[in-house]
Write a protein that binds this ligand. Structure first.
Ligand SMILES: N[C@@H](CCC(=O)N[C@@H](CS)C(=O)NCC(=O)O)C(=O)O
Length: 318
């Protein structure tokens, strides 16, 4: 059976590090019946956007020494939705006057397999960006998993996480809701809708339904509150916004029309308000390797880098 989802439009602002693409007409092939073998074996040629880098085993593939800059906080990341959570948090902390949040942001090019270098694996055995090392501690402290990094920074600086136990519980509930639901949106819907070499109705239907249900969960919540956890902007918003917020702009998987995201009016209102924050505008540029050159700051070592070291400026100076 042929299946042709989506509008055929690609990403509009290159938000995720891997430029997203909605399915093309020649992707719409028949799905042959598949009988799983007794024991699964790795098919190196399975196709799709990540076939060349993903493996069924963990560990390093090559020796690598991670660079270290002048600040206590060293971030190794890329401006995917999970990466953006952390750069937005760091820029928000700096905006709020926490000078101890100054950081060096180094690029990990996941399409080139840099997450499998020994240096990166030492700070994240799961080989996924983002990963942070805090050298201000008695021993260098590594933190991986974007939700853990947000919580670590919120506790370290006493910011963007309510102190009141009930409000804190609400904030953490939404933070962990995001961590649990992102794989349905990214690993499920996004993978089968935008990245899979052939488009199959069963997984796209299953994950589109779940993503729309999650959008509805969020929309209902935001019909009664300004921000996800209540009146204040918190790490829960920072975690959810790069995924479900950006989804409303078509920049994620080119799926806005397919998922009718404009129907979730409270999510759209919340997205737009957060998108206008200075720290969000800056945080989205850090470690970005696609989209307009003026929005790409490959490495960030100083606040002035936003003025002088975006790709448009560097290329003009060449
Ligand atoms: N649960 C992790 C997920 C991180 C994740 O999936 N990172 C992706 C980019 S968004 C990655 O590094 N992918 C590289 C790979 O799969 O090899 C988190 O929130 O930090």
């Amino acid at each position: 059976m042929q299946y042709a989802p989506g509008s055929g439009k690609g990403a509009t602002d290159g938000s995720p590090a891997m430029p997203d693409a909605a399915p093309k007409d020649d992707d719409m092939t028949d799905t042959p019946a598949y009988e799983p073998p007794k024991v699964w074996t790795w098919d190196h040629e399975s196709g799709g956007r990540f076939a060349s880098i993903n493996r069924p085993v963990a560990g390093a593939t090559h020796a690598q020494t991670l660079p270290r800059g002048k600040h206590p906080l060293q971030l190794h990341s890329l401006a995917t939705p999970n990466g953006v959570k952390v750069t937005v948090m760091l820029e928000e902390l700096l905006t709020a006057g926490h000078s101890g949040a100054e950081y060096d942001a180094w690029l990990i090019r996941i399409a080139d397999g840099e997450q499998f270098g020994s240096g990166f694996v030492a700070i994240n055995p799961n080989s996924k960006i983002p990963a942070l090392v805090d050298y201000s501690m008695p021993e260098p402290t590594r933190v991986f998993e974007s939700g853990a990094i947000l919580l670590y920074l919120a506790e370290k600086f006493g910011a963007f996480l309510p102190e009141d136990p009930a409000e804190r519980a609400e904030c953490l509930s939404w933070l962990f809701w995001q961590m649990g639901s992102a794989p349905f949106l990214g690993g499920g819907f996004g993978h089968f809708y935008a990245y899979a070499p052939t488009k199959q109705q069963y997984p796209i239907d299953r994950y589109a339904m779940e993503v729309k249900r999650q959008l509805d969960v969020l929309d209902r919540r935001l019909s009664g509150t300004r921000y996800v956890a209540g009146d204040d902007y918190t790490i829960a918003d920072m975690a959810i916004w790069p995924w479900y917020g950006v989804l409303t702009t078509n920049a994620l998987y080119g799926a806005a029309e397919f998922l009718a995201v404009q129907d979730y009016t409270n999510v759209v209102r919340w997205h737009d308000e957060i998108a206008a924050r200075d720290a969000v505008i800056r945080g989205r540029k850090v470690n970005r390797v696609s989209g307009p050159l003026e929005d790409q700051l490959h490495e960030r070592h100083d606040a002035s880098d936003f003025e002088h070291r975006t790709q448009d400026k560097l290329k003009a100076a060449e």
